[in-house]
Design a protein around this ligand. Sequence first.
Ligand SMILES: Nc1ncnc2c1ncn2[C@@H]1O[C@H](COP(=O)(O)OP(=O)(O)O)[C@@H](O)[C@H]1O
Ligand SMILES: [Mg+2]
Length: 310
Amino acid sequence: MSTVIETHNLAKHYRDLVAVNDLNLRVEQGEIFGFLGPNGAGKTTTILMLLGLTEPTSGQASVCGFDPARQPLEVKKRVGYLPENPGYYEDMTAWENLLYIARLNRIPEGEARRRVTLLLEQVGLAADGDRLVREFSRGMKQRLGIAEVLVKEPQVLVLDEPTLGLDPDGAVRILELITKLSHERGLTVLLSSHLLHQVQQMCRRIGIIVKGRMIVQGEVSKLGSAILKERQWNFLVQVDGRTDALENELRSLNGVAEVEPRTGGWLLRCTEDVRPQLVSLVTKKGLSLLQLRSEDPTLEEIYLKYFREA
Ligand SMILES: Nc1ncnc2c1ncn2[C@@H]1O[C@H](COP(=O)(O)OP(=O)(O)O)[C@@H](O)[C@H]1O
Ligand SMILES: [Mg+2]
């Protein structure tokens, strides 16, 4: 697998403020990478450096094999960038906006019309192409924004908070669209967000940035189990005939820290793997075990954990 975006100790200082602090980021060909962190963490500043729109204070970046600080045009040719607050020509139709972008990119007229028609369809705006953008909802504008960055057929998409200002349903639909397009077109996507749960399912790898520092980066599934080892084991237990007596005995098992009632059973938060003791306890009581499932920590838990530590 080849690396499409890579940074080496990338940093940006604004006077005394360290907006991005020795950041090492890696995004691989064809993946959707979630660049996560709270507001003010340094996501947008990083993205601006990746596109050559602001100069790093120190460190390097490489995007599609080019240094954005030295060859910004080479990077811009290959990367479609949707900023946090994209602007549109509000008094033009969606079709006109897209065609205008195509002309700016010097795409021949016939080809431009072909692409615009296809893109309006792909982003779900085929029926709205002739409407003024002024009349568009926030969600429709985001769809149009995605179509705009695709006009020049980039290899990479960089989307800065693409779900900002959308309601939960609108956000899900935009993320589904991004996933679909990424698969159809073999695109590499870097997507920033401060809303972890929204992007959780669609990313293979994530990086979490807090106060300019990348505090964790890797595959979502592996990050989960790393935390599991370090922090706690969670088990969901269901038996036929849940009793208070059993609950108390579960509580007194070695390694069980907390017992929380759940439908038909309990969630056990443990400091070690208590499954063997648990099974023998239940058997001794003459009950049958209906379910014993290890609950991996959600990305939300990982995120909160690292936020607290930072
Ligand atoms: N042009 C600028 N001048 C001074 N400070 C800035 C500038 N741009 C961003 N910052 C500061 O840098 C930090 C990171 O901001 P930003 O990259 O926008 O974070 P995020 O996109 O993660 O919300 C913040 O503290 C912000 O106030
Ligand atoms: Mg931002």
